[in-house]
Design a protein around this ligand. Sequence first.
Ligand code: PLP
Length: 421
Amino acid sequence: HASTESLREWEAQLTAEFQSYKNAGLNLDLTRGKPSGEQLSLSDAINEILAGDLSNETDTDLRNYGGLDGIPECKRLFAPVLGVNQDEVLIGGNSSLTLMYFAVLFALHQGFGELGDSWASEGGPVKFLCPVPGYDRHFSVCEHLGIEMIPVGMDDNGPLMDEVEALLKADASIKGIWCVPRFSNPSGIVYSDEVVTRIAKLGQIAGKNFRVFWDNAYAVHNLDDNAPALACLMTACRAAGTENSVYLFGSTSKITYAGAGVAFAGMSPANLKAFKHHLGMTQIGPDKINQLRHVRLLKDSNGLAAHMRQHANVLKPRFDIVLNSLQENLADTGMMQWTVPQGGYFVSVDTLPGLAKKVVAMAAEAGVKLTPAGATYPYGKDPQDCNIRIAPSVPTLDEIAKAMDVFVCCVKLASVQQKLA
Ligand code: PLP
């Protein structure tokens, strides 16, 4: 353990370094979990690819209304991404978040068709389990719809299932759980086979009309060829007889264009029937021409994998800079813990308890924007104030390196000051 004197010396050095970053007038941003321009350009062929040829497998004129659940060739392309049968998939518009919002809204107020009543009709509060740290927009959906959120911890295998199961057994008003099962946002972990099996069985112990919201947003977003696979949830559900207890989601927002991709949902035929009935109240059909463009561009699972390898080539060096910087500067200091993701869009780091907000504020002072501390928790409240989400996809390699220098300096300075306080 360092003496107070040497800590003071270190504090002085770090303060000088911090001051030099402030003087440099930097303007760097590690907040944006979106593809870079270079990544978007990988899909630019999509703009010319139809060349006026709208021939497809259906009789539907793709220019016209209709086809609420999408075109068959697009279902064939994306059903395997979710791990569901082709009669269990719906291809929608450009946003899976919209499909998720509707799924929650319909469950809350419209119900499940032949399967039963809405959550709201039960009369009590409606609650969701939220594995943390998690995706802030999942939490906003709950907040917007008046659903109470209960945070649950996670480890390297996924949500803490003993806790999840105990909570569900004790409280029938818990109607959902948010899951980002592969390259979780933000921790990057992949749910273990055992966790997937246990999640598939939640429908057996939960209250009426419980649903797992399985947001597989990063299903094919490997950074490494040897990244861990995810067990198939629907297969596990078939074994457990719980097919009706899960909704699966995904999109090409981080495969093709984030603003003009296609989104998809997977669910049992019974769930799909009810969902389509309600969705049909909001639109007559999705953009089927965009769906065809995606089929022509990506073709099949092999085409998709090859396309994702190009993304990995762009992303991997960015993640490496972040991870190498953490390793070189903060390993064995006891000041920071982090995950080493093999896919997805984020590196999740934990400061010493009580320092995340401070580090984010200090970095901002020195011209480095970070996602607000707490954003990865329901209601924006990280009880430990320690989690920070780093998103390296958009800045250049040089910018990431500079931003990490500043970040590391802030973490060290905040930690040293805490020790001295
Ligand atoms: N789900 C997760 C876990 C995400 O991280 C994101 C975007 O960052 C989304 C969903 C948004 O998906 P979409 O663009 O399909 O609405």
